[in-house]
Design a protein around this ligand. Structure first.
Ligand code: CA
Ligand code: CA
Length: 217
């Protein structure tokens, strides 16, 4: 349990599972799976829980340059010029795992569309003292710069359920750019929309720049 300078309290837990194969072949512990949990209790009484799971894969040393995934930036640096094959134990693949069984990604009110079962991504559950609830799922595509994973594109779908009966549905997309050295240079909002609907069937706010079938209830 910790606290920040604002008096918000939090609890964080990370569970890492290491690759036995990498310990055998490189002598070094390399994280194969990382499960993250954060519970934040804010001074305004709101609570949010963040949960994610990430899988990592490393080079085995038998890969040729063209066999390495395209999201590795400057992958020629991975190749040992003597053998023409990749060095062992460099980060090769990063993917989000799933931490929830279902999520309404397209915001149509059900949770059985393609990709909505066991969706990958970071899940955040929030609730304020009035009982307003929100759920969001962030799905991230990664690039690998200098052997480290960086967010490339992150899509967040958020849903709010308010005590006044209103529902909100928001999609945000962020695109990240890095320097050659892997320093974050810019974050561009390639947002695709915000929607809001009242339970009585009257659409209150509707600003979505891509096609979305918003259900009237
Ligand atoms: Ca759906
Ligand atoms: Ca549907």
């Amino acid at each position: 349990m910790g606290a920040d300078i604002f008096g918000n309290r939090y609890y964080t837990e990370t569970i890492n599972r290491y690759s036995r194969e990498m310990i055998r072949s490189t002598g070094q512990p390399k994280v194969e799976e990382s499960i993250f949990l954060n519970v934040m209790m804010n001074i305004d009484g709101s609570i949010s829980t963040t949960n994610s799971r990430i899988f990592y894969e490393y080079t085995k040393g038998d890969e040729k340059e063209e066999e390495l995934p395209g999201n590795i930036v400057n992958k020629e640096n991975y190749i040992d010029p003597v053998t023409g094959l990749a060095y062992i134990g460099l980060l090769k693949e990063v993917v989000d795992g799933s931490v929830i069984d279902k999520f309404d990604i397209n915001g149509d009110g059900d949770r059985n569309d393609p990709g909505e079962k066991d969706p990958s991504g970071t899940f955040i559950l929030g609730r304020d003292i009035f009982g307003n609830e929100s759920e969001s799922l962030t799905q991230t595509e990664y690039i690998i710069v200098n052997g480290q994973a960086k967010d490339d594109l992150a899509k967040t779908v958020s849903q709010g359920k308010n005590v006044d009966g209103s529902l909100t549905y928001t999609i945000r997309k962020l695109s990240y750019s890095y320097s050659e050295e892997g320093r974050l240079e810019s974050v561009e909002n390639v947002a695709i929309g915000i929607g809001s609907v009242k339970l009585n069937g009257i659409v209150v706010i509707m600003e979505i720049t891509y096609s979305l079938a918003l259900r009237t209830i």
